[in-house]
Design a protein around this ligand. Structure first.
Ligand code: BES
Ligand code: MN
Ligand code: ZN
Length: 536
């Protein structure tokens, strides 16, 4: 456990009403904490006498100033309070504080900006504010902090609180994340030392206590799911093999109420997954087909099915990739990792839905037994595929998984894959690519993305693009040339999804970061969880 989150309710605490202001502040400041985190807006600062005035007037900052024996005023006089978005001011304990019963060692004041402007009341702005505040907690002596949620509300309406709190936890989790600390396979030394910061308490009042507790529980589960996804992604490909992923899934079934089944080579052969098997042929390590079930809904309820691409290393096969940054192809199982992380989190939050996670996993290697460009293989659906490029392997393993999941009579199927380099060219590292003909599903996923700031952008899937996949020798070719490479990849998959509602997420640009910050992002776990929560 790297960081702990909890809630504490101060029933009457309200910094917005003049009447309860003093008692609210008193009760918050009386907590023994390394840091009490409060937010203030331009209106609060104006009430305090504007940015230049040295004398305290009325409102939240004035009351705080009184209880802190003039500390707020000092900060203002030297220019540390400017109410700009995400500006930070840390007040540190002084002798006078104790005389007013203040036990907090620090008060962190965060600027919300000018909330009278509707344009500033967005989740994106909140995310900047939250990140700035969290940064103060990292890398110094602060071990624990209290975050007073109502003072951060940009809307002063309940609706926003849930997204805000989950996002704060997500970012705190990102900040606290260290590679390898949870994975027993990592016998070698973990490079980064953990932060001293260990415990974040979300404080609320009666008006938001129910939402707050729920959001914190969801956020905690989400961080666990993201940590799992990040760890699996970051693990080296000599450790994180298909067998390792299978064992990791089985390990989850011992921690939470997931039912896990792992099929091996013989069973995959028996299912007739000739397309999946064609990818694994050059590898010495056996493929696995993982099925994870979370039964949180009614017995007969149609499940939501998540399918994740699990290529534990993608060399390109005989259509070998160039050497530069090839190590990053260990991340080609991030679709699988995000599905496993989401399933784990769904089970942790006891989500009231039936969800099934499916992961076809293998390595894409060149060898004397590897599939050649020009080989024709038969998929589980019966369609024959001409493999014109062995590097377009993700769709070859996914298509059989997409046929397999028909047996679940799913409500919807969402596949997640680091599918195409072309998606990075189209959308960069900001949005994941979203492909679907189902408007309802497109809207729901787009909304879930915005609410978690794990966003998607829709790309087309028209019939016209299918032309590029024509083969002279088989039912379909596995590549459609360079133009619209992400779209033709999605079109290929769509040929195997006719029996249910389906969406495809191409996370090639969003699943990990390259360069100095190289590492798995845990995306799109927040998006998927947000979608699942909204469905239940
Ligand atoms: N895993 C890659 C896609 C990828 C490449 C993701 C780089 C992230 C970064 C996928 O298997 C692949 O190699 N796709 C090919 C398809 C092409 C051969 C049609 C690609 O994108 O070049
Ligand atoms: Mn490839
Ligand atoms: Zn790949």
């Amino acid at each position: 456990m790297t960081i702990q989150f909890s809630t504490k309710i101060f029933p009457q605490a309200d910094l917005g009403s003049q009447k309860s202001l003093k008692s609210s502040l008193k009760s918050l400041l009386a907590q023994s904490t390394d840091c009490l985190i409060l937010a203030y807006s331009k209106v609060d600062l104006d009430g305090f006498g504007g940015s230049k005035a040295a004398k305290a007037k009325s409102g939240f900052l004035a009351e705080l100033d009184q209880l802190l024996g003039g500390s707020v005023n000092h900060a203002n006089v030297v220019g540390d309070l400017d109410s700009k978005q995400a500006s930070i001011c840390v007040l540190r304990t002084e002798k006078t504080w104790a005389t007013n019963g203040v036990k907090a060692k620090r008060v962190l004041l965060v600027g919300l900006g000018d909330l009278q402007l509707a344009s500033e009341r967005t989740l994106i702005l909140y995310s900047k504010i939250a990140r700035a505040a969290l940064k103060v907690l990292s890398g110094n002596a602060i071990k624990n902090a209290i975050w007073f949620v109502p003072s951060f509300s940009l809307t002063h309406q309940g609706s926003f609180i849930t997204d805000e709190v989950r996002l704060t936890i997500q970012y705190a989790g990102d900040q606290a994340y260290r590679f390898g600390v949870r994975q027993p396979a990592m016998k070698f030394k973990v490079k980064d030392s953990p932060d001293t910061f260990k415990h974040l308490v979300f404080a609320g009042n009666d008006a938001c206590s129910k939402e707050l507790k729920e959001a914190v529980a969801q956020g905690i589960a989400m961080v666990e799911g993201m940590n799992l996804a990040k760890d699996l992604g970051n693990l080296p490909p000599n450790i994180c093999t298909p067998t390792y992923l299978g064992k990791a899934a089985q390990g989850l079934s011992k921690k939470v109420s997931l039912k896990v089944e792992v099929l091996g080579l013989k069973q995959i052969e028996a299912l007739g997954m000739g397309s999946f098997l064609s990818v694994t042929k050059g590898s010495d390590t056996p493929p696995q087909f993982i099925v994870m079930r979370h039964q949180g809904g009614k017995a007969g309820e149609a499940p939501i099915v998540l399918v994740g691409k699990g290529i534990t290393f993608d060399t390109g096969g005989i259509s070998l990739k160039p050497g530069e940054a090839m190590d990053e192809m260990k991340y080609d199982m991030c679709g699988a990792a995000s599905v496993m992380g989401t399933m784990y989190a769904a089970a942790l939050m006891k989500l009231k839905k039936n969800v099934i996670g499916v992961v076809p996993t293998c390595e894409n290697m060149p060898s004397g037994s590897a599939t050649r460009p020009g080989d024709i293989v038969k998929s589980m659906s019966g369609q024959t595929i001409e493999v014109l490029n062995t590097d377009a392997e993700g769709r070859l393993i996914l298509c059989d998984a997409l046929t397999y999941v028909e047996r679940f009579k799913p409500k919807v199927v969402i596949d997640v894959a680091t599918l195409t380099g072309a998606c990075i060219i189209a959308l960069g590292h900001v949005h994941s690519g979203l492909f679907s003909d189902d408007e309802g599903l497109v809207n729901a996923l787009t909304k879930a993305g915005k609410a978690s700031l794990d966003t998607v952008w829709r790309l087309p899937l028209d019939a016209a693009y299918h032309e590029q996949l024509k083969s002279n020798f088989a039912d379909v070719a596995n590549i459609g040339g360079r133009p619209a490479g992400s779209v033709t990849a999605a079109c290929f998959l769509s040929r195997f999804t006719e029996k249910y509602h389906w969406a495809h997420l191409d996370i090639a640009g969003t699943a990990w970061k390259s360069g100095a910050a190289k590492g798995s992002t845990g995306r799109p776990v927040p998006l998927l969880l947000n979608y699942l929560i909204e469905q239940s």
